[in-house]
Design a protein around this ligand. Structure first.
Ligand SMILES: [Cu+2]
Length: 119
């Protein structure tokens, strides 16, 4: 029965931190990798938030070729075949709209927040 004291200690730590602290902890340590997946001619999620310096993995989950092409020439995957992927690291904060060069109705946006932002 060694797990019982460990569980109790964990519960005590959670109780001591409180909900506000938990939210701050999540903000300070965002996921290191964000993923956008194409399904049925749509970027999912259409809008993804990352922090400057983070890498976004773009996955073509369709059975046809697509591209991940920045509207402002910030990046361009060129053709990505079915089940292929493209990786880009967003160093600078800003809003990065992009589209598929083959199916121009496909649109998405990567929003890059400043690193260490308190929000
Ligand atoms: Cu496409």
């Amino acid at each position: 029965m060694k797990s019982l004291p460990a569980l109790a200690a964990g519960a005590l730590v959670l109780a001591a931190l409180g909900p506000a602290t938990l939210v701050r902890a999540q903000t300070a340590a965002p996921p290191k990798v964000a993923t956008v997946t194409i399904k049925h001619d749509a970027f999912t999620p259409a809008i993804v938030h990352v922090v400057a310096g983070q890498t976004v993995t773009f996955v073509n989950g369709d059975d046809e070729t697509h591209t991940f092409t920045s509207d402002t020439a910030a990046f361009d995957s060129k053709n990505v075949d079915a089940n292929g992927r493209f990786v880009h690291t967003f160093a600078k904060p800003g809003s990065y709209p992009y589209h598929c060069a083959i199916h121009t109705f496909m649109k998405g946006t990567v929003i890059v927040d400043p690193a260490g932002a308190s929000q």
